[in-house]
Design a protein around this ligand. Sequence first.
Ligand code: HEM
Length: 148
Amino acid sequence: MSFLLPLYPWIKALHVIAVIAWMAGLLYLPRLFVYHCDVPRGSAESERFKVMERRLLKQIINPAMIATWTFGILLVLTPGIINWSAGWWHVKLAMVLLLTGFHGALSRWRRDFLEDRNRRPQRFYRIANEVPTLLVIVIVVMVVVRPF
Ligand code: HEM
């Protein structure tokens, strides 16, 4: 895949841009769920939250996740970029898989709100809101500091 070498800085820039959009959505959607818990089922506000949640997931979070993975995989395929014996890389990959799993959970919770069958308390979404923050701290320390 040596044709990727001259493109490396551009692919990395696009990867980081996609990561920013993905993270923005992963942090904002659980916040919307926190506010959504406060309004009565069937109210106009609840219906407005449903539209905001659908647009955020379909127009920002899903495409940003696909772009992050696509550019990340292109970086992996660039010769000499990944040292498969480095510990930081395996930790990053594990955290990225957890982040992707969190994305899947958000998508299921959105469906619960859409169908007016959310039973989780507001506190649940407040705690869930901290998950992507913790994961991104670990990921950025792994890729930038590379402690092991
Ligand atoms: C989705 C799967 C992902 C894959 C396959 C992937 C893969 C990679 C690879 C191979 C690099 C290049 C490392 C280098 O230049 O030596 C990279 C850079 C980077 N990744 Fe990812 N990544 C993924 C997701 C993420 C996520 C979710 C974040 C943050 C939340 C992230 C943050 C970064 C950052 C900040 C850099 C630049 C590091 C530097 O300055 O060298 N990546 N990624």
